[in-house]
Design a protein around this ligand. Structure first.
Ligand code: GDR
Length: 340
């Protein structure tokens, strides 16, 4: 039986990846921080029912804790999915972002090199490192980070390369473009749109508020992207891979598509609020996934239309239940909308 450690529970990616690994017969140790657990508890419902899933409460910046679990468990695979993941928020907390998204990765690389060199390591790198300066981005495109978030992620990305070359450990970075699902946090723009428009349609809110509608993103489904992470750690040689669909649309396009499903008028349902603009924006991201398709045979199964449709249907149904419960005077359902 293979053993894997997955950080970032109960986030979207860690929850889907844990389920995938459990299906494949792994014993999975999910690392979580107590404050994250309260927010996304429902994401882990499937994994938690599995007898081979074990949870460990640990902050990934706690070096002695990370050294201790790596030297005790000596896992076959370690997936580092924990991060401060909101780019806008990183401008407000740049120092803690540097620890969590940067220094914590060096801690785990050092622990693996010293105590468990057979462990295969996956690092969640990001398309944000490209900075949207070019029209299409691949593994050979230069990195021009435009946020504390992406600067810290680029530091981690470089450290993975340094440990791979210096100590020969098997370590890969997945340069993942935006990936979403019904488990996405409510403060990311896709979920703000699908949840907000569902609530607007049901009469639960007067409108939604967004920032820059002109930015363009290459959106895929998180389920497809966690499969790519696992494939990277099964290859013969470690390497870094772009994971993307190769198609890009604007926030405005996404809003209009979801409003079309709901049958509502975008200009009435959405108001622009500059408070949601970032000090520095990444304007266009569009990934070129040729390398991972060619070398590992990865293919996405979802289009952005499938993705947004699934998210809208999910959000409509949870909000529908809520509106029924509200009108009958009962308790709220677990998931609530948070504006960010
Ligand atoms: P991003 O995702 O920053 O690309 O990072 P997000 O959904 O937050 O923003 C996408 C784009 O939408 C614009 N936008 C808004 N964004 C938010 N959150 N809220 C708004 O109201 C709003 N209005 C417009 C943003 O300016 C931006 O251009 C995500 C994260 O998951 C990262 O952790 C990950 O590394 C990258 O994707 C790949």
């Amino acid at each position: 039986m293979k053993t894997a450690i997955v950080t970032g529970c109960p986030g979207q990616d860690a929850s889907y990846l844990s389920e995938l690994l459990l299906e494949k017969g792994y014993k999975v140790y999910g690392i979580y921080r107590r404050s994250s657990t309260e927010k996304n508890a429902s994401n882990m419902a499937v994994a938690e029912r599995h007898t081979d899933f074990h949870q460990i409460n640990l902050d990934i910046t706690d070096a002695s804790g990370i050294f201790s679990i790596i030297s005790h468990i000596r896992p076959d695979e370690y997936y580092n999915l924990a991060a401060m993941s909101h780019v806008g928020q990183s401008f407000k907390e740049p120092i803690s972002c540097a620890y969590v998204n940067g220094t914590a990765v060096t801690i785990v690389l050092e622990a693996i090199a010293k105590h468990s060199p057979h462990t295969r390591f996956y690092q969640a790198s990001t398309s944000e490192m490209f900075g949207g300066i070019t029209e299409s981005q691949s593994e050979t495109t230069s990195f021009v980070p435009r946020s504390p978030y992406s600067a810290a992620k680029l530091y981690a990305h470089n450290m993975v390369d340094i440990y791979r070359k210096s100590y020969g450990i098997y370590a890969c970075c997945g340069i993942l473009f935006n990936h979403e699902s019904p488990r996405r946090g409510f403060d990311f723009v896709t979920r703000k749109i699908t949840s907000g428009i569902a609530r607007y349609k049901l009469g639960l809110s007067s409108h939604i508020e967004l920032g820059n509608l002109a930015a363009k993103r290459d959106w895929g489904h998180a389920k497809d992207y966690v499969r790519a992470m696992w494939m990277m750690l099964q290859a013969q040689e470690p390497s870094d891979y772009v994971v993307a669909t190769g198609e890009t649309i604007s926030i405005k396009d996404a809003l209009e598509y979801v409003c079309g499903i709901a049958g509502v008028e975008p200009n009435e349902a959405c108001k622009i609020n500059p408070a949601f603009n970032r000090p520095l924006e990444v304007n266009v991201l569009c990934g070129d996934p040729s390398k991972i398709k060619r070398e590992l045979g990865w293919q996405p199964e979802y289009t952005w239309q499938d993705l947004l449709y699934e998210m809208y249907q999910h959000d409509y149904s949870i909000n529908y239940s809520q509106s029924v419960l509200n009108s009958s005077g009962k308790e709220k359902v677990e998931e609530t909308q948070v504006q960010a």
